[in-house]
Design a protein around this ligand. Sequence first.
Ligand SMILES: [Zn+2]
Length: 369
Amino acid sequence: MKIDRNRLTRGRIFRTLCRRGETSRQELSDLLRLSMPTILQHVTSLIDDGLIKATGQFESAGGRKAVKLVPEGEIKTAAGLEITKHYVNLVLSDLRGRIIYHERIYESFSPESPYFERLGRIVNAFLKESGVPPGKILGCGIALPGNLDTDSNRLVFSHALGVSGVPLELFNQYISLPCLFVNDANAAGLAELRDWEKLPLVIYLSLNDSVGGSVFVGGELYQGDHFRSGEFAHTHLHPGGLLCHCGKKGCVEAYLSAWTLAKETGGQLDVFFEKLERGEGKAGLIWRRYLDDLALFVNSLCTAFDCTVILGGYVGGYMDLYMADLQKRMAAENVYDISTGNVKPCRSQRKPAALGAALQWIDKFIDTV
Ligand SMILES: [Zn+2]
């Protein structure tokens, strides 16, 4: 197939504009290492097509002020869902990856058809309430906690939802938009990585009610031979230890899921961290045990891969305050001279799996501008 280099360049320029939010022709030229005439040609055609606009000027320390270019972010949007055992997260994202509307609906998962009917009604009502005209919504990405086979269009298995062999069509049959599917931790990792510089190898560890992960090599998602890369949940942390819902004893999930903390406060993780801050009840003891287990597991990842590990998911969103404590615990267990500074808290904290699912459509659109 012949590669249309002109179109690729236009797509790269538009993608950069969408990611940065605002930039100048000179900055685009520097960032993308493209000549100024090439930038001028594409920027003019993107303005003519209504995809970007020139608005205002940047401050200048001297010389001519550069014109500010911004994408027409809401010319297209995309919906994203995160399906979990107890609720559904819904987001609507603009072309810049900003969440412009979001909601969480408490709806317990069931593999029976009334659930899928309700799911369709929830999504269609959400889209209507957002006020965004249907013609502006590209599609709906659906993030699921489990192993997906996109060739046969099946959810192969999901310990978190307690199902296997579910046709993906069941999820989208009542939704009024074209849908695509993505593993939840992969989606969350993709959303998170948009805020980071390109790194050679990154592991995103998703510390949600179910533990997951995604692996990025040179900025690209590495899916593995069977689409299972980054499935850390049921690797062993303490063999013979706590019983996991998969039936094995001592899995990572039994120690590092967000539920490990939130079950002490009726499922509310924010309340757990409030109690921790106030030094109330058993929160401190539970947290210290959790940090010990997290340090043990992250040390294993760092030892095996010698790369950046991003702590994401619900717990990752609270880690900022506790990184020094975690790193101290990691250093105490270090056999090699591993830099504990390679472990970082996530930067995006709101519904990353649902956003990552929506971004699948946004990226597809940007590739075709
Ligand atoms: Zn398990």
